[in-house]
Write a protein that binds this ligand. Structure first.
Ligand SMILES: [Zn+2]
Length: 147
């Protein structure tokens, strides 16, 4: 099996509603996202001959993901999240909030990013989101691409 890997990184803050402990405070991470595209076969003719997929196509999809998340503040779109967002919006700074329909954990983000890449037409088989250099979550549907 052939497995392509492409990576992006972005800086994003998140607020975990309903969480107690150190991470209850608003904080950010340098997120690292690795998308994998796998295939048992290669294209046999045309522009993509000898390839699983054009790296440029994967990169384009990842650039859109980067644009969506980079330097945003992720807040869950629930009662607590909306209240936090309201308070932030009342302040003097126009914070760039990204209201998401989930608690913005590495797990939920990996599933969300997987689905977004898939919707862009890239046959992604796994998305891994690193919240720190040592901690990540991988999301895949169906057969997992092997290393
Ligand atoms: Zn965090």
């Amino acid at each position: 099996m052939f497995i392509l890997k492409s990576e992006i990184q972005f800086d994003t803050a998140h607020f975990l509603s309903g969480y107690t402990g150190k991470c209850a405070n608003l904080h950010g991470h340098r997120y690292r996202v690795i998308a994998k595209v796998a295939s048992n076969t290669l294209h046999t003719d045309g522009q993509l001959r000898g390839m699983v997929e054009d790296f440029g196509t994967i990169k384009q999809a990842l650039k859109k993901i980067e644009k969506l998340f980079d330097h945003k503040l992720l807040i869950e779109n629930n009662d607590e999240g909306r209240e936090v967002a309201r308070q932030l919006k009342e302040g003097p700074t126009d914070f760039d909030l990204y209201m998401v329909p989930y608690r913005p954990t590495a797990e939920e983000m990996s599933r969300h990013i997987y689905q977004l890449i898939k919707e862009m037409g890239v046959q992604v088989c796994e998305v891994e989101v690193f919240e720190t250099p040592a901690n990540s979550c991988s999301y895949s549907e169906g057969p997992v691409c092997s290393e």
